[in-house]
Every structure is written in C-alpha cells, then in structure tokens.
Design a protein around this ligand. Sequence first.
Ligand SMILES: [Zn+2]
Length: 267
Amino acid sequence: MELIDIGANLSHDSFDIDRDAVLQRAREAGVVQMMVTGASREHSPKALALAQAHPGFLFATAGVHPHHASEYTAECDAEMRTLHAHPEVAAVGECGLDYFRDLSPRPAQRRAFELQLRIAADLAVDGVGKPLFLHQRDAHVDFMGVMKEFDGKLGPAVVHCFTGSRTELFDYLDQDWHIGITGWLCDERRGAHLRELVPHIPADRLMIETDSPYLLPRTVKPQPSHRRNEPMYLAHIVEELARDRGEDVAATAASTTATARAFFRLD
Ligand SMILES: [Zn+2]
C-alpha cells in the first residue's frame, strides 16, 4: 500500500526531538510521499528546508494560514513569492478563511487570502495556476466569494481538512475542487456526518492527510499519551474512508495516491 499524506505540519516544534524517526515510521507505514504544510512566515521556509533535505519524499507548500493573516505584509508577500520560485514548493497555501476562531481580523484574513490567490494566478503555466491548499472554517460564503474573484485564473484547488456540510461539499465539487479528508473521519461522534458524505466524493477529487501533529485519529489504539498525531497513522484514515465508501482499502489507497500525484504534479 502506497499512501501520500497531503497535509503534515512536520516543521511543528513538537517534531524537533525525533523528526527523523517520525519520517522513518511513516515510510514503514507505507507513506511514500508527503506534503509539508507551510502555514506562516516562520514555518513556510522551514517546510521548504525539510523538502530540500528529503528530495522526492517530502514536498512543501508555502503560505500564511488565516490565523496568521495579520502578519501578511508586503514583505511577507515578497517572501512567499521567493519561496514559490523553488521547485520543491508544490502548492500555494495553507491559506483561506477561519471565522471559527477569528484569530486575525476578518478583513485581514480576506486580504491575505486574496494576495495569496494572486500569487497562485501569477504563477500559471500554460494558463493553469499553481495548485492551492485551502483552509475554510465557518466562512463558507465569504470563502466562495473570494474564490469567485479569481474565476478562471486559478489552477487545481484542494479544500483541506474538510469537515463541512453537504451544501459546502457540493459547492466545492461543483467548482471541480478537491477534498482533503483527515482523521476527523475516525471520530465516531464528530465524524458521523462526514462518514455519510464521503461516498459522494469522486475518486479523482479525493485525497487524505493527517494534519499532524493535530487530529490524532481516535481509531489509533491505544492512544499515545502525548496525543501527538504523526504521518504513520495515515493508514487509519484510509481504512475508515474505505469502509465508509464501501471500497477495498487497497483501492482507496491507490486512488487517493494517484489523485495526489496528479494534483501536486509529483511526477
Ligand atoms: Zn487548516
């Protein structure tokens, strides 16, 4: 089984003590490639450094999460553009809107989101923009509105860590966007509605991610005492996803891997 984790925050401080062991355990668990999420001014360069240190195994995204939108200055925009010149940076993001926690003012969130979509559009090759790694929580209407401003100028987009409603899911699929599914699905209570929705996602729009070190799947038994999630647990997500979709695990693994390779242009 070959799996691709499209969202792992491997530059997170909690991995500083044993990052190489974490990568080794991931390989042993069938994870063949990973996208290291860049989600701030501080961590996007670290994500690139990790990808450069592990060519062909790790790739990076570069972006500023809506929680950090207040730091999105002109200098920050220039830094992001410099990062995107590197071939190891496969997507723009994590970027988007988060009105659930509102850690940055909403106007700042919208502005940072727009400026990053502008980068993705500016980096278009043959009219196809750079892939987008998107975050949306409790901001669906504004999120759709900002994306609409760039209609026809953007490349493929994935709404990562999807936990939303049926309406949100079909709005995204109607736009031909991709969906990233995390261990949220493995929570028998919080993930119940999601389990009913995942059979509706076409295989060529569906990818998996741990969002490590967050969102430890509840199906990991026994639960590690430190509660840190890591990419080796990706198998728990694909197993639950396959069960909910009525597929063989091998089929779901193969299709999500093929979709990720095509989406991030990994070949
Ligand atoms: Zn996110």
